[in-house]
Ligand binder design. Structure first.
Ligand SMILES: NC(=O)c1ccc[n+]([C@@H]2O[C@H](COP(=O)([O-])OP(=O)(O)OC[C@H]3O[C@@H](n4cnc5c(N)ncnc54)[C@H](OP(=O)(O)O)[C@@H]3O)[C@@H](O)[C@H]2O)c1
Length: 308
């Protein structure tokens, strides 16, 4: 039974936010989608089409956020970036916007705060992405709000950027760069499972004041993951092994001048090779969920995209 009738979703135009919104609407919740001022996302129209009330906000302006959160019982916070550049300051997006949302949630009478941090966030980290998330987590925990913090592994589904990139390259017989050994592990979680969990936060009260690793059922080596993806598509995969030192050097160059690594930033390489995995048991038991096996998830993605 639903305990919450109206929620707000910050980052509703993103891959995770948009899928969460769809799941919440299907569960019968009224959703207000927060859209950053000036966003050109195609999903804004799609959000309106599925019955979401969209509100443009300035994430650096507490009053605009308080207004947008009016009458919302729970705030889902899915705003975030995974790399920085001269134009994007990761701390400002991941940490400072969290602070603004927490302040607005408190002043606006929001009762619960759900946040996506990152798998591997810990107090020993020295890496920018994890640090920005660690500080965001601390702000939330110290806020006095009821919270649920998720530390997701890679969330896969139709529309996620990395799956799209793999699909495109495998289908055209291109090579997939493997940085370093490729033996580091990944533990992708299917987006429908993640959505089940997000919705589960407002179905019963027992999930507050907790932090969960949002991980998939299967742990695989990175190269194995790509092989499985290709197998699902009935295609052969060609790897190009790239020395890690070269990959980092390459990632520090202008995108257009990169030889091996046109997509990943230094921050994303850090996360990719970080090798963080976790037991999914606590998540499964708390949310009454049987996680989708990786092969099944990949089949579903390929089918949804019209390739299986
Ligand atoms: N996807 C994953 O596998 C994964 C794994 C671990 C953690 N997470 C975390 O989950 C959250 C959502 O991830 P995602 O994959 O959905 O990311 P995404 O698709 O890139 O979406 C990011 C969202 O944040 C908004 N945003 C980005 N920069 C902003 C800024 N400067 N000011 C205001 N809004 C901004 C985007 O708005 P626009 O549409 O207007 O750009 C979009 O709504 C992030 O915090 C991410 O770190 C994701």
């Amino acid at each position: 039974m639903l305990m919450t009738k109206r929620v707000a979703v910050a980052g509703s135009t993103g891959f995770v936010g948009y899928n969460a919104v769809k799941g919440l609407i299907e569960a019968g919740v009224s959703v207000r989608g927060l859209i950053r001022r000036g966003s050109t996302s195609k999903r804004i129209t799609e959000l309106s089409q599925i019955g979401v009330e969209t509100v443009e906000v300035d994430y650096n302006e507490t009053n605009s956020l308080i207004e947008a959160l009016k009458e919302c019982e729970v705030l889902y916070h899915f705003v975030g970036v995974s790399s920085q550049s001269a134009a994007i300051n990761m701390y400002e997006v991941n940490t400072h916007i969290t602070l603004n949302l927490v302040r607005a949630a408190k002043r606006g009478g929001v009762q619960g705060f759900v946040y996506n941090s990152g798998l591997g966030v810990n107090t020993h980290t020295t890496q920018s992405y994890f640090l920005s998330k660690l500080h965001a987590e601390r702000i939330i925990r110290e806020s006095g709000l009821r919270y649920t913090i998720f530390r997701p592994s890679y969330i896969i589904g139709p529309g996620d950027e990395f799956s799209g990139y793999l699909l495109e390259n495998i289908l055209r017989g291109g090579t997939i760069p493997v940085y370093g050994s490729g033996e580091y592990r990944v533990q992708p979680i299917f987006v429908d499972d993640a959505v089940h969990v997000y919705v589960g936060c407002i179905i019963s009260d027992g999930k507050w004041m907790k932090t969960y690793d949002l991980v998939g059922k299967d742990i695989v080596r990175f190269v194995e993951y790509i092989r499985l993806f290709a197998e699902t598509l009935n295609r052969k995969v060609y790897f190009k092994h790239v020395d890690l030192e070269q990959a980092y050097r390459d990632a520090m160059r202008q995108r257009s001048k990169r030889r091996y690594n046109p997509y990943l930033s230094v921050d994303e390489l850090d996360v990719l090779i970080s090798d963080f995995v976790s037991s999914p048991r606590r998540l499964e038991s708390a949310f009454g969920l049987g996680l989708t096996p990786l092969r099944v998830a990949l089949k579903k993605i390929a089918r949804k995209l019209g390739y299986a």
